[in-house]
Design a binder for this molecule. Structure first.
Ligand code: TIU
Length: 223
């Protein structure tokens, strides 16, 4: 497929300590958080290329206000976690904005000027300003990566697809606590000729970005 790179943003979903590190939300749900580490390096390479190319970079964070007023009781009460949303943990209160665990991991930390979208749900469009940001910057295509493949990445891509965005999901830049859900999560997106998006490895995306964006920059174009 052909992409207008000047109308493309990189969206990095929820690379937060609460999902990536022991003691956070992901582990309280009973998950092996080491499963997610494999996505960090591929995301880092695409992030560096996006920054070089002057591409719009958007980071998202899942989390809730300290008074839990934006946390549905059905979400807080769900399952039998060792600690619930809002409970104190080793990285502060679980999944609460402003706490250490809610922050993005140091390897992928947002640079000044990059957009950070705080979201209460799994999808990055629900109850956030993401749609307005994309419209403001004339974005038509999203390169999407982050965690977890079948939860927040999938939900966000489905939301974006219904809003008319072309989503290209970075396969090795996503990860799940369940490797089989990662595989199936990607397959669901690209089945039926790309029913709600496309999937490519970071290497293919990097190659295309480097050729295309540097070509456009040489021609004097800018975002
Ligand atoms: N539990 C799980 O797989 N994911 C989430 O709760 N949130 C995100 O995917 N970010």
């Amino acid at each position: 497929m052909e992409l207008d790179w000047l109308a493309t943003a990189l969206v990095i979903i929820d690379m937060q300590r609460d999902f990536m590190e022991p003691g956070g939300f992901g582990e309280t749900l009973g998950n092996d958080v080491s499963q997610l580490a494999r996505a960090v390096k591929p995301i880092g390479t695409v992030l560096a290329a996006a920054r070089d190319a002057g591409m719009l970079v958007i980071h998202t964070r899942e989390g809730h206000l300290p008074d839990l007023s934006d946390a549905p009781p059905a979400k807080v009460a769900r399952g039998a976690p060792s600690r619930r949303i809002g409970d104190p943990g080793p990285m502060g209160r679980i999944l609460i904005r402003g706490e250490a665990g809610h922050d993005i991991i140091p390897e992928l930390y947002p640079m000044a000027g990059e957009i950070v979208i705080d979201k209460p749900g799994k999808g990055a469009f629900y109850a956030t300003g993401l749609g307005d940001v994309l419209e403001k910057y004339g974005i038509e295509n999203l390169l999407v990566c982050g965690v977890t493949t079948e939860v927040c990445v999938n939900t966000t891509v489905r939301e974006a697809n219904d809003r008319g965005y072309r989503c290209i999901v970075i396969a090795d830049g996503c990860a799940s606590y369940f490797p089989e859900f990662h595989e199936m999560g990607l397959k669901m997106i690209k089945a039926q000729g790309g029913i709600f998006g496309w999937v490519a490895d970071s290497a293919a995306i990097l190659e295309a970005m480097t050729t295309e964006t540097f070509g456009k920059r040489a021609a004097g174009a800018s975002r």
